[in-house]
Write a protein that binds this ligand. Sequence first.
Ligand code: GRF
Length: 220
Amino acid sequence: MRVRLAILISGRGRNLRALIAAVQDGRIDAEIAAVISNCRNAEGLAFARKAGLVTEVLSHAEFVDRRAFDTALAERLRRYAPDIVALAGFMRVLGEDFVAEFRGRMLNIHPSLLPKYAGLHTHRRALAAGDAEHGATVHFVTSEVDGGAPVIQGRLQIQAGDDEAQLAERVMNDIELKIYPQAVAWMARGELRLIENAAIYKGQRLDRALGMDQLEEAFR
Ligand code: GRF
């Protein structure tokens, strides 16, 4: 049976598109069971529909609180029996019960060199701090926001004159769109797992994230 991938989005969906492309050309050996958005107008949703995928909208605004939304989202996801849940620009914090249910199956991509800059406005914060480097990280999702075991991290030099938008664009194009499909591909092949709190890659416990040098040719 094929590995079932569910993708959760909130916005533009550039990471979503990269995942769809990698499934379509066979680099990710999985089927996309559903694309779920918490925002009705997410651009990524329209793209997924055009690609002929099953899509769902579950608007957080229609629930009384975070917990009710989480419960409904878990219930919806369960229907698709996902082996992998990829958060791809999904801008909601998920509660402990939700995370526990999908633990070990759920990945996120975050635009910073975690553990630096968990949370929002990462590019702005890296610039304000005068950092020399910035990047993005794929990690397993645990109940700590942006805090689960890191899998792969790409870094780049911040250039003099970089503004927030330029930096965000380079992080997206040069790093995010490469490392996320790669991480999901590893997971689909069973080469990446979470055991207790550690990421296990090809049988080895990762004490820190893999780097871009570990990208397979097809993902560079
Ligand atoms: C990306 O930078 C992702 O890392 C962050 O939100 C952004 C989403 O962009 N979590 P997109 O929806 O994939 O275009």
